[in-house]
Write a protein that binds this ligand. Structure first.
Ligand code: RTP
Length: 149
C-alpha cells in the first residue's frame, strides 16, 4: 500500500456546527487511516503561514479572520491516493458548485464558510503536515489493512 498522506482541517464553522464526527466518519468509512488529530485555536500568524500562497488574494484577510474565529480540528489521513480522493470527498471550493454527496455539497452554502480544508497536492500535504504536526504522527498499523487493500 502506498503510504500517501494528506492534511485535513475542519474549519471553525464545521466544529461549531457539530460536523467533526461526520467528517471523520466519511474518511474512516472510505478506508483511510487517521494518523494524527488535534483540536486547537490557531494564532493569526499561523493561519497566515498556512494560507501564505493566497496572501495576495482580496479575500485573504477575511479568510484568516475566519480560521482564527474558533477552534479547528487538524488531522492527517493516510491511504492510497488520499490527497486527490480526499479532495473529491470534500467537494469543490464553492459549496454551491460542490456535488451532493461531498462534504461541502451536503453541508455548506457559502465559499467563506466551506467547513473543511484538504491539501491540494502531495507536495503541499507534506508541507502542511510538517507545519501542523512538528511533533510527528501516531505509529500504528490497522488490523483491518488487509480488508481494504
Ligand atoms: P482549502 O485550501 O481551504 O482546502 O480550499 P481550496 O483549496 O478548495 O480553495 P483555495 O482556492 O485554496 O481557497 C482557500 C479558502 O479560501 C476561501 N476562499 N474564499 N471569497 C472568496 O472568493 C474565496 N475564495 C476562496 C475558502 O474558504 C477556501 O476554502
Amino acid at each position: 500500500m502506498a503510504a500517501e498522506q494528506t492534511f485535513i482541517m475542519i474549519k471553525p464553522d464545521g466544529v461549531q456546527r457539530g460536523l467533526i464526527g461526520e467528517v471523520i466518519s466519511r474518511f474512516e468509512k472510505k478506508g483511510f487511516y487517521l494518523k494524527a488529530m488535534k483540536l486547537q485555536n490557531v494564532e493569526k500568524s499561523f493561519a497566515e503561514q498556512h494560507y501564505a500562497d493566497l496572501s495576495s488574494k482580496p479575500f485573504f484577510g477575511g479568510l484568516v479572520e475566519y480560521i482564527v474565529s474558533g477552534p479547528v480540528v487538524a488531522m492527517v489521513w493516510e491511504g492510497k491516493s488520499v490527497v486527490a480522493t480526499g479532495r473529491k470527498i470534500i467537494g469543490a471550493t464553492n459549496p454551491l458548485a460542490s456535488e451532493p454527496g461531498t462534504i461541502r455539497g451536503d453541508f455548506a452554502v457559502d465559499i467563506g464558510r466551506n467547513v473543511i480544508h484538504g491539501s491540494d497536492s502531495v507536495e503541499n500535504a507534506r508541507k502542511e503536515i510538517a507545519l501542523w504536526f512538528p511533533e510527528g504522527l501516531a505509529e500504528w498499523s490497522s488490523s483491518q489493512h488487509c480488508w481494504v487493500y
